[in-house]
Unconditional design. Structure first.
Ligand SMILES: Cc1cc2nc3c(=O)[nH]c(=O)nc-3n(C[C@H](O)[C@H](O)[C@H](O)COP(=O)(O)OP(=O)(O)OC[C@H]3O[C@@H](n4cnc5c(N)ncnc54)[C@H](O)[C@@H]3O)c2cc1C
Length: 553
């Protein structure tokens, strides 16, 4: 089927590859698992908020995809051969947009089970569709389609909600009460008092006053009420690369697997603009795409993924491990994997508290949109700071990179250091540290100091990105597991040595912690590689060790 044949002059061109046209052969293949039906003008095929939507292939006529906040300006209009649907239909998330028939004709509708069948039989077609859905999600994030958040940039709750949506890769538009002239009129129209902000506008009509992350997650289908499995074989704390790998291998190898994360799936990797050293992706892969692909894969094998679900304690009783959540729920598991990773240290300089709203710990398309055409300062000399500098140089007016080292490639991969040297918009300040942040609610400049000369200079900046050293996420463990002197979890021989110091001989498996049946993998583990591939490798290996421990009784 070609554009000429279609003759749909009102169809939106597909510039990003988000709406590829399927061949007649591919439609024929999909028809085996779907159901054709006629459509009528203005018929709503699915609307924002619907869960368990079906994939829709347009056979004739036109279908418009609409942001419920702007119903008169369709995001796209699609004709025969194109398919309509969102990434969330593969993971149980609610639809964020609405699909309406623009010109009557015929569509083919495919339920999720049908799509799963297609994926098993035709890998090429399944990959084409998955790729299009992933690109679609990125396009919608760029457009700010879907949810609206109205609030002041100085409100900690505004920042919490924006971070939650950003980390979960959910398209939204942010309306700043401090800057947007129409915002107050909008609040009036919605009957919301300024002190009730931030508000989230859902489906273009429903107003949620300062919702918690958990409430929002439930609405969006990320979390489905309470967790179904209160007793499982393998409970994984942390859905970064290590946790996701363990979920894929655990669920695919017959373990009843539950994966929990306090914030979002993807972990640190989900905040990386481009991972270039992960095997099998010679052109690199964005952290967002890697995380979404892994979530779909783990869900397909039956892992139960719940976000947000923060684990607050770990204990053991009668051969079972008990994990308590911040919601008050308690789960029991035969084995536990701690894959809680690390978080970046906070910068401790005058002005950081007052200007917290202008400080970021990730650099994804969402943060880039917030500092478009502004000067920014990045602190850190490692790969994450380097990646952030390269990425933000495409969006910010000027990027200053503050590094304590004498040479850039001391802690940074050479390929990144070379790329930074070739990017005129990035200015590197070696042997330098941040002294003070200056501004009245809004950041205006950053004062930096040369470490050798103590000379200070003032750099104009609207935002500060911090990537300085990391600390393990272990506070919630109390003293339930043995840690090294920096707080990372001991495993294997080191854990056995720690236990035998206290209680005599202990036989522990590789990656097993001081508590039998509790494993640790990825960045949180003492001596780990601190790389995506290392975390994925350890997360996968843990599953074999869990089988060994469980068969041991
Ligand atoms: C910006 C950036 C760029 C990077 N780029 C690269 C790169 O190009 N190549 C590379 O190899 N590596 C890169 N890294 C490093 C890589 O991302 C990490 O090594 C990897 O993500 C570690 O995976 P992990 O699963 O061990 O932990 P994490 O990715 O840290 O994930 C841990 C997860 O556990 C969750 N968690 C923590 N505590 C709890 C709790 N109590 N309850 C529930 N959940 C909890 C967290 O929310 C988090 O999602 C980068 C890191 C960053 C930050």
């Amino acid at each position: 089927m070609t554009d000429v044949e279609v003759g749909q002059s009102r169809e939106t061109p597909d510039v990003d590859g988000a709406y590829p046209r399927l061949s007649e052969l591919q439609i024929h293949e999909l028809a085996r698992y779907g159901r054709p039906r006629l459509t009528h003008a203005a018929e709503v095929l699915y609307q924002a908020g619907d869960v368990d939507c079906e994939l829709i292939v347009v056979l004739s006529g036109l279908v418009a995809v609409i942001d419920p906040n702007k119903p008169d300006e369709p995001i796209g209009v699609h004709g025969p051969g194109r398919f309509i649907g969102e990434l969330g239909l593969l993971t149980g998330q609610a639809a964020l947009l609405t699909a309406v028939v623009g010109e009557p004709g015929e569509v083919l509708t495919l339920p999720l089970d049908g799509l799963k069948e297609v994926a098993l039989k035709d890998a090429v077609l399944a990959d084409l569709m998955l790729r299009a859905l992933l690109i679609r999600r990125t396009v919608h994030i760029g457009l700010g389609a879907g949810l609206r958040i109205l609030g002041s940039r100085f409100s900690p709750d505004s920042r919490r909600l924006r971070d939650f949506l950003a980390r979960n890769r959910l398209p939204h538009r942010w309306i700043d009460l401090e800057e947007d002239r129409d915002a107050e009129a909008m609040l009036c129209q919605l009957g919301v008092a300024p002190e009730e902000t931030p508000v989230v506008i859902w489906r273009g009509e429903q107003v949620l006053r300062n919702p918690s992350n958990a409430e929002l997650a439930e609405l969006l289908g990320l979390r489905h009420g309470s967790i179904e499995q209160t007793v499982c074989d393998l409970l994984i704390v942390g859905a970064g690369p290590a946790g996701l790998a363990a979920a894929v291998y655990g669920a695919s190898e017959g373990l009843n697997t539950v994966l929990l994360d306090s914030v979002a799936t993807g972990g640190q990797a989900g905040t990386s603009s481009r991972i270039e050293n992960y095997l099998g992706f010679p052109a690199g892969i964005s952290g967002m795409e890697l995380a979404d692909r892994a979530v779909i894969q783990a869900s397909r094998f039956g892992a139960q993924i719940t976000v947000p679900a923060g684990v607050v304690s770990l204990a053991s009783e009668d051969g079972r491990h008990l994990v308590a959540l911040d919601t008050g729920e308690q789960l029991a598991a035969r084995a536990v994997l701690v894959a809680a990773g690390v978080h970046y240290r906070r910068l401790d300089a005058p002005g950081t508290k007052q200007l917290a709203a202008s400080i970021y710990y990730a650099a994804t398309p969402v943060e880039a949109a917030m500092c478009r055409n502004d000067p920014v300062v990045i602190v850190g000399g490692g790969n994450s700071a380097g990646q952030a500098a390269v990425f933000l140089s495409d969006h910010a007016e000027q990027v200053h990179l503050i590094v304590r080292n004498t040479v850039l490639d001391q802690d940074m991969s050479r390929y990144l250091a070379d790329r930074i040297a070739r990017t005129p918009r990035i200015e590197v300040h070696l042997r330098t540290q941040v002294r003070e942040l200056v501004g009245d609610r809004l950041m205006e400049s950053v004062i930096v100091e040369h470490l050798d000369t103590s000379e200070t200079s003032r750099l104009a900046a609207r935002s500060l990105f911090v990537f300085i050293g990391s600390e393990p996420n272990v506070q919630w463990l109390g003293d339930s597991l043995g840690l090294d002197d920096k707080g990372f979890i001991l495993t294997g021989q080191a854990a056995a040595a720690h236990v035998s110091d206290e209680q005599g001989d202990a036989r522990l498996l590789l990656l097993e912690t001081t508590r039998r049946g509790v494993f640790a993998a990825g960045d949180v583990r003492s001596g780990s590689g601190k790389r995506v591939a290392a975390a994925v490798g350890e997360g996968s290996l843990v599953v074999r060790l869990v089988h060994e421990r469980l068969s041991d009784g």
